[in-house]
Design a protein around this ligand. Structure first.
Ligand SMILES: C[S@@+](CC[C@H](N)C(=O)[O-])C[C@H]1O[C@@H](n2cnc3c(N)ncnc32)[C@H](O)[C@@H]1O
Length: 201
């Protein structure tokens, strides 16, 4: 993790927000249809935590439009300021996901859209464990990461990103008591992992 905790995103927040965080229509963002379908499957009022929310466009906007009670965490002060302008009533914590106090609560869903692979492998495993702990039985987790194990430099920050790959994510999810139920790929080639915390039998 970089020193600012946001893995370089605070420094490029203005550019990021101009590109993804200010959309006249949420529906035109890459992957929005997948996240919207995931969000709409919750009962109204269900609680969902948006990890690495950025300015909340499009992620929190989609969750709100689906009638969900939303909380968000982001480590970038600039992203959090932009979020608060857009969603004054929605609780957001300026913190790393690794240290977020929201993991002391429980949620029906957790979304990590464009986040997990920015973290070091040990931090990714830690966050998966925290998600498993915070999810209510029957709760659902949606995250993105390439299917193959892969290291690359983030196009916006130039910092190292790392996908652990489907096999390792599957093992980490299983070890944490979660069940990986499906995959999807969006129009930008991003890979989505649909995960559940199964009800005890
Ligand atoms: C690629 S952006 C994705 C933003 C948003 N989820 C979206 O889909 O537009 C990654 C976001 O995660 C935040 N972030 C990066 N590392 C983080 C960490 N360790 N803890 C909390 N937020 C982090 C960045 O500040 C940035 O807003």
């Amino acid at each position: 993790m970089s020193e600012d905790g946001s893995n370089g995103y605070d420094g490029i927040a203005r550019i990021y927000i101009a590109g993804r965080g200010t959309r006249p229509l949420v529906g035109d963002a890459i992957g929005a249809a997948i996240v919207r379908a995931w969000a709409r499957a919750f009962p109204p009022g269900a609680t969902v935590l948006d990890l690495g929310s950025g300015p909340g466009e499009p992620s929190t906007r989609i969750l709100q439009e689906a009638g969900l009670t939303t909380h968000a965490v982001d480590a970038s002060p600039a992203m959090v300021a932009a979020f608060r302008e857009r969603f004054p009533g929605v609780p957001i914590e300026q913190n790393t996901v690794e240290a977020s106090g929201f993991f002391d609560r429980t949620f029906d869903g957790v979304l990590a859209w464009g986040l997990l692979f920015l973290l070091k492998p040990a931090a990714q495993a830690l966050v998966i464990g925290k998600v498993a702990h915070a999810l209510n039985p029957g709760g659902r987790f949606l995250f993105t990461a390439p299917k193959e194990p892969l290291e690359w430099l983030d196009a916006m920050t130039g910092l190292q990103s790392q996908s652990l790959g489907a096999q390792t994510y599957g093992r980490l999810l299983r070890d944490a008591g979660l069940t990986w139920v499906a995959d999807a790929q969006d129009e930008g080639g991003n890979h989505y992992y649909f995960v559940e915390k199964r009800q005890p039998k």
